[in-house]
Design a protein around this ligand. Structure first.
Ligand SMILES: Cc1cc2nc3c(=O)[nH]c(=O)nc-3n(C[C@H](O)[C@H](O)[C@H](O)COP(=O)(O)OP(=O)(O)OC[C@H]3O[C@@H](n4cnc5c(N)ncnc54)[C@H](O)[C@@H]3O)c2cc1C
Length: 496
């Protein structure tokens, strides 16, 4: 099978998975009324890759056509090629979709491109399974999501101790063909809409707790796997009224594993803390963040254009404070673009022949971007003001009496029509103020872990990679010069 269409994707979801939303058990997500718009949005993503096949698809080693996100880059050209494809995919949701399948595809391409990490510490079988699985998801064009964080119900207790450890997903048994896992993982975005759920390492685990050092993938329909959705924020509205909520709720879900059997062929790390704690150390950040920063850049540029158009349609082009905010927003996009370029320009062979971006610019962006995303929303609200709510619906324009009033009272500056004005503000409100907009903002804050944790990591990385000797060198140079003056030496010309 090659890259799938939206229809083929939807057919794949009819597998009897156990999903709950709003207190109801959903046995077929494709017929669930609440999910209709969002699944159409996901199906649209699969069709989009065919509409933009030159950028989004590639011919694989076997002559099949598959998604560009499965590419294992072996050169700078490959990274550029992948950038083009990921940029086109991000454009589908203008960056509002964080967990389109290309996210996990890029992750697994990165894993498969670092085989020496995975086959270390006696993990040859896990390594072989991983490589076979990466080829399988490419060939079948499966939609994957991931869940990497276990529930921390008491933050006074260390992550892997006491009550927190009790809830963590762990290997509890083994049969001839499977390992049995039990416990929970917090949010899996796209949970009910994905084909498979990947569980892979995040924070390092203690060496004396091998049972939690597991990595695998499991179909969403696996017996014992429960997908508990948060409220669905998708709305049954015209795309004019709610361009994002009508199609783009990626639906986060809490994942409970009740003695789930994972076939051994799908296990990539079987209770092996040494592998678990090292595979993320080399290359993961430089690889995945090419995808996620391209997505973030797409969104920041869209937000800047949206805010600029709002300024135009409300006649604020010459207001200093508005332009200041627009310039601020553009600066965030431009800094993101520059960091991405620096990371790509600094790419190199990380080992095993796989080219990965320089991770340093990404490590700096990782805790910083969430603040910029929140500020971008703040700027859209400030520039948009009450206009964000004075927005007639698409259907209001079908009423001839109302239409006349709307055209008169709710038009924009410079002859912008009432419809044009309404669509603009509705797009902005759906991005920053609707229930979905609020959820996306929370996603931006936390999907790569919290900013405080990531700033702490940035500091550790800076200490590991840098040689920090400018301070003592400055003191030494200062002391040497001042000693000369104290001795009354005449200043000497430095040798050039
Ligand atoms: C919408 C959404 C979708 C998500 N989707 C997924 C998904 O698909 N897959 C997945 O695996 N996970 C997902 N996550 C979960 C995400 O991985 C976690 O939310 C993230 O790891 C942060 O963990 P936490 O919420 O426990 O916050 P914490 O990291 O505990 O941070 C919460 C707050 O605690 C404070 N804090 C924490 N650490 C420090 C520190 N070291 N120093 C100082 N202060 C600190 C800060 O104030 C911080 O803001 C999603 C989260 C959201 C919100």
């Amino acid at each position: 099978m090659a890259a799938r269409t939206g229809r083929q994707y939807l057919e794949g979801l009819r597998d009897g998975r156990a999903v709950w939303v709003n207190g109801e058990a959903v046995r077929d997500v494709t017929t669930c009324t609440a999910f209709r718009g969002s699944l159409a949005g996901m199906a649209g993503y699969f069709d989009w890759q065919h509409r933009h096949a030159d950028d989004c698809l590639m011919v694989d080693g076997n002559g099949g056509v598959t998604g560009i996100s499965h590419l294992i880059p072996t050169s700078r050209d490959d990274l550029e090629r992948r950038h083009r494809g990921l940029g086109k995919l991000a454009r589908y949701g203008v960056g509002m979709l964080g967990r389109t399948p290309d996210y996990v595809n890029v992750t697994f391409a990165g894993f498969a491109g670092q085989p020496s990490l995975w086959r270390a510490a006696g993990n040859q079988e896990g390594h072989d399974n991983l490589l076979a699985f990466q080829r399988e998801i490419a060939e079948k064009d499966l939609a994957l999501t991931h869940t990497i964080v276990h529930p921390i119900v008491d933050k006074r207790v260390p992550d892997y101790a006491g009550v927190n450890l009790e809830l963590a997903l762990r290997k509890v048994d083994e049969t001839a063909d499977a390992i049995v896992v039990h416990g929970a993982r917090i949010l899996a975005t796209l949970g009910p809409f994905a084909d498979e759920l990947a569980v892979y390492p995040a924070h390092p685990v203690p060496a004396d707790q091998p049972e939690i050092a597991i990595a695998f993938s499991v179909p969403m329909s696996a017996p014992g796997l429960r997908i508990l959705c948060r409220d669905h924020y998708g709305t049954d509205r015209d795309a004019f009224d709610a361009p994002f909520s009508s199609r783009f709720d990626e639906q986060d879900a809490f994942m409970v594993f009740d003695h789930v059997e994972i076939p051994k062929s799908r296990v990539f790390c079987d209770a092996n803390p040494e592998v678990f704690n090292t595979v993320m150390q080399r290359g993961w950040t430089g690889n995945i963040m090419q995808q996620t920063v391209i997505r973030a850049l797409t969104k920041l540029e869209f937000a800047y254009e949206l805010a600029s158009r709002i300024a135009d349609v409300t006649g604020q082009q010459k207001r200093g404070e508005t332009n200041q905010m627009l310039g601020e927003l553009w600066s965030y996009a431009e800094l993101t673009r520059s960091a991405l370029k620096a990371a790509e320009d600094g790419a190199f062979d990380y080992g095993d022949g796989t080219w990965i971006c320089d991770e340093r610019p990404f490590i700096a962006l990782r805790p910083t971007l969430p603040g910029w995303m929140v500020r971008a929303n703040d700027i859209l609200k400030t520039v948009g003001s009450h206009n964000l709510l004075a927005t007639p619906a698409r259907a209001d324009f079908d009423d001839p009496d109302l239409e006349e009033l709307l055209d008169h009272y709710l038009r924009g500056a410079d002859d912008a029509s009432a419809q044009e004005r309404a669509r603009l503000f509705r797009t902005a409100w759906d991005m920053v103020g609707s229930a979905l907009g609020g959820r996306v903002e929370l996603y931006e804050r936390f999907y790569l872990a919290s900013a405080p944790r990531n700033y702490a990591l940035a500091h550790l990385m800076a200490q590991r990679l840098g040689t920090w000797s400018a301070v003592p060198e400055f003191w030494k140079a200062t002391d040497a010069i001042m000693a000369r003056y104290r001795r009354g030496d005449r200043p000497e010309r430095e040798a050039t």
